[in-house]
Design a protein around this ligand. Structure first.
Ligand code: ZN
Ligand code: ZN
Ligand code: ZN
Length: 267
């Protein structure tokens, strides 16, 4: 399978509107971060995304997305779902299933109430089918397993992605996470690739710091980790340096660094 980081920025995106800090005016293209999303391309042509943030349309065009079979949601914060209307051209042939946990689907249906009203005429609406994911979801040869984690006090989902033809290979996507319980760590196991939210160096109530995310990665035994959902307090180069020194001291053997928009990963 192929995974593409469509966006790697925190809720306001980077650059931040009205900010002229060194990162927001950086000439390094990896310091320009759209809102978080992951594109998954399976070996049998399966196409899915995790989250549809406000830049979904721009991200889909950039990734050359021509079809979409499913949307997997982590949670209902604006930076993760408000681009959903733009899946419309991809939903002409068939309704697209949108998976999330119970509270997220309930909130999602409120935010996008017009989609479920039969009376609206004109303007167009995406064709979707909301589904509560309380166990693994099969999509062609791919299996998406929900991973319950905490985002502050909110119960949200990460997703584990496996491929039927290579069951020993797995990728895990966790964003907006501040706590992972033992049961979920058990399901995560030792992934071949971990993409994990890490807001900044300083502590935050509802997000892992770089250090907490890297400790979590090291705890899983994964050989490869990428940080995502990054704010404007540190440049790509500074985070690379932070990861290099963390790994040297605490997790030799782990390959870890900040993700960037457009990063493609093959498993
Ligand atoms: Zn977020
Ligand atoms: Zn800034
Ligand atoms: Zn959030």
């Amino acid at each position: 399978m192929k995974l593409t980081i469509l966006g790697s920025g925190t809720s306001h995106g980077v650059p931040v509107i009205g900010c002229a800090c060194p990162v927001c005016i950086s000439p390094d293209s990896r310091d320009r971060r759209m809102r978080c999303s992951l594109y998954i391309e399976g070996p049998a042509g399966e196409r899915a995304v995790i989250d549809t943030g406000p830049e979904f349309r721009l991200q889909a065009l950039k990734a050359g997305m021509e079809r979409l079979d499913a949307v997997f949601l982590t949670h209902a914060h604006a930076d993760h779902i408000h681009g959903l209307d733009d899946i419309r051209p991809l939903s002409r042939e068939k309704p697209i299933p949108v998976y999330g946990n119970g509270p997220v689907i309930a909130e999602f249906r409120k935010r996008f109430a017009y989609i479920f009203r039969i009376t609206q005429t004109g303007g167009g609406k995406p064709r979707i089918a909301t589904c509560i994911a309380d166990g693994p979801v099969r999509l062609g040869s791919l299996v998406f397993t929900p991973l319950p984690v905490k985002h502050g006090t909110l119960d949200i989902l990460g997703w584990k992605i496996e491929q039927e033809s290579a069951p020993e290979v797995s990728a895990v996507y966790l964003t907006d996470t501040s706590f992972i319980g033992g049961e979920t760590m058990g399901i995560i196991g030792r992934p071949d690739l971990l993409i994990i939210g890490a807001l900044r160096g300083r502590p935050h109530e509802t997000h892992f710091t770089f250090g907490e995310a890297l400790e979590t990665a090291a705890g899983t035994g994964t050989p490869r980790a990428f940080l995502t959902h990054i704010c404007h307090e540190h440049s790509h180069r500074q985070i690379e340096e932070y990861c290099r020194s963390f790994v040297e001291k605490n997790a030799p053997g782990l390959k870890a660094g900040p993700a960037w928009d457009g990063l493609g990963l093959t498993l």
